[in-house]
Design a protein around this ligand. Sequence first.
Ligand code: CP3
Length: 345
Amino acid sequence: MGQTGTSKLISVLGGKPAKRPPVWMMRQAGRHLPEYLELRSRAKDFLDFCYTPSMATEATLQPIRRYGMDGAILFADILLILDAMGLGVEFEKGVGPIVQQIESASDLGKVPAIKAADRLAPVYETVSRVKAELPKETALIGFAGSPWTVSLYAIEGRGKTDKSLAWRWAHGRPEELAAVMDYVIEATAHYLVKQVEAGADALMLFDSWAEGLPDNIFREVIIRPTTKLVAMLRDMGVTVPITGFPRGAGAMLPEYARITGVTAVGLDTAAVPLFVNTALPEGMPVQGHLDPLLLIEGGERLDARVRDLVEAYAGRPHIFNLGHGVRPETPIANVERVLKIVREG
Ligand code: CP3
């Protein structure tokens, strides 16, 4: 299942380096765009925005129209799956996401995993509408949060914590955590299969809270569940490329890249090209790793850094991107400048 895309991005994910790397940016649809803010002001709240296919389609297409990015990332959020599972999810201005906290695995699973995925029908509708409107050369990227990052939000109840509750589950209640993650894995697999059926050309798994974990725990909560999810997707017939982004994985990245079965890996701002190029499997595509804060500052240092990164990964398939998402205060001219340098040198 999944179509062979004709886009440059899909070709790079297929292992063929491009003369100039394809480029898109995480959180390219969002608050740095005036057209996004205008659209956003018409939605009741952020969830309503994500669940309204006409609006989510428009938000997905805005950065494509403005910048001609090589990839369009579906406009949605990694926390929608928790909402579909029946946990309350709210996005409060300035506070970040708030999720109804779970105390054990039995607080989840009241909604069967497949049913949770079915509840996200508006997202699939968005995928098919975007697909119908996208130029053929633009790849449509579907996504989900990784089992650990999604479970962490349910355990912590919010994003702005020190994450110690979830870490303590990992050390002290490993079976309970595994039960939570197994359910998340199953729901996420159905969710991603449906995105591919609706037209996604590639998938990405965001593991935003992979940073700083002890190596044994990293294996248990990141590598093992991701391996399980990727295997399940392949068993369910998904053939499109899957990019894994374990943000902050550091020295664990090569093991993640070798074992999980992902097609490509995302590089965060702290990635080191020499390490990446020597420790990752030869020919494995990478995506990243420009600092979004440098993108705000701009100027000659931005120009030089973009050229350096293109050069640094010229020996393997590379998709130019940021090491984390575009920030709301990012000048549009700086995004345009990066695209120009990536494409023209
Ligand atoms: O352009 C894109 O990247 C596509 C859409 C997308 C969003 N969130 C839209 C969004 C994607 C891929 C995500 C992923 C996501 N969501 C992650 C993984 C990437 C990362 O940042 O590490 C995480 C951790 C979340 C959870 C989440 N959603 C947070 C922490 C926030 C920020 C809350 C805040 O108030 O700043 C959100 C909200 C969110 N998701 C926004 C957007 C555009 C901002 C909401 C708004 O417009 O008010």
